[in-house]
Design a protein around this ligand. Structure first.
Ligand code: C2E
Ligand code: CA
Ligand code: CA
Ligand code: CA
Length: 275
């Protein structure tokens, strides 16, 4: 910022100050929030595009604050991660996710997002394991999504903690694959079952040979490592056709469905079954 001259530096620091103020406001409001009442989950189908069936849905958090209105997860998750408040929020969300899944058919699972804070401490992971075991939901219906960035906070601790989650019978998937900086040798050390190809590789699949090459090689890599593979952010028929041509089977994105409120999930699943 120093070399860009006086004006830009001033603009930058104003912006920075605004960001800091906003983060502080979000954090204060989060800490005062009624987590049970203000937070909810929506559920986005992850579809087996060959069978037109939904083996699982990703749980995505929503916050409706009486003070701030609807706050996007991009903003409140980041604020909660930076302040460490996420470790208070995650158990509340996991309970809500496990309560929702009870009303769904037995062969439909959930995929639940974890943050770096959640997986770097053995105590916090054991608390999550406890919630899962107490819920009565079969852990085989549960997957946990972690990002490369979250894992790299403390890789050795994360690996040990992922093993504790896996010991329940739950699966682990690596979210936002391709957007982080981890090396393949680090990924090889992780007890993974699945990788999720980030939507940024899907956006210009039709126009970019490079994007197609990347998705093709990630799909081949997952096959070689015996991992399953989900492609996220699929919005169009054209993208789906290209992905099916590559051999990608599990698809998530607006093409199939936006994230759904809990009440709409049974009808979505039933409509697929009937089709
Ligand atoms: P993510 O885990 O990568 O989740 C996928 C995001 O892509 C979601 O945004 C979803 O609504 C959006 N999406 C799905 N299909 C499409 C599509 O076809 N096109 C486009 N453009 N977007 C699509 P959302 O719900 O706003 O969540 C944003 C991020 O917030 C998530 O990214 C995740 O990192 C974080 N997040 C959400 N809920 C939780 C949670 O319960 N715990 C934690 N730790 N993080 C969460
Ligand atoms: Ca995710
Ligand atoms: Ca993702
Ligand atoms: Ca993402």
């Amino acid at each position: 910022a120093k070399r860009t001259g006086r004006l830009k530096t001033v603009v930058f620091s104003d912006e920075h100050e605004r960001d800091v103020r906003e983060a502080a406001l979000l954090e204060r409001t989060l800490r005062a929030a009624d987590l049970e009442a203000e937070f909810s989950l929506v559920f986005q189908p992850i579809v087996d595009s060959q069978e037109d069936r939904t083996p699982l849905l990703e749980c995505l958090a929503r916050w409706h604050s009486p003070v701030l209105g609807a706050v996007s997860p991009g903003r409140f998750i980041e604020a909660a991660e930076q302040s460490g408040f996420i470790s208070t929020l995650t158990p509340v969300l996991l309970r809500k996710a496990l309560a929702a899944i009870r009303h769904w058919p037995d062969d439909v699972g959930i995929s639940f997002n974890l943050s770096g804070h959640d997986i770097c401490s053995p105590e916090r992971v054991l608390a999550l394991v406890g919630i899962l075991m107490a819920s009565g939901v079969s852990p085989r219906r549960v997957e946990f999504e972690v990002t490369e960035t979250a894992l790299m906070m403390d890789l050795d601790a994360a690996i040990a903690n992922l093993h504790s989650l896996k010991a329940t019978g739950a699966c682990i998937s690596l979210d936002d694959f391709g957007t982080g900086y981890s090396s393949l040798s680090q990924i090889q050390k992780l007890p993974l079952d699945k990788i999720k190809v980030d939507g940024s590789f899907v956006r210009d699949l039709a126009s970019s040979e490079a994007s197609r090459k990347i998705v093709r090689s990630v799909n081949a890599l997952s096959r070689d490592l015996s991992l399953s593979c989900v492609v996220e952010g699929v919005e169009t028929r054209e993208q789906l056709d290209i992905l099916q041509g590559i051999g990608c089977r599990l698809i998530q994105g607006y093409f199939y469905s936006r994230p759904l409120p809990e009440a709409d999930v049974p009808a979505f699943l039933a409509a697929q079954g009937a089709a």
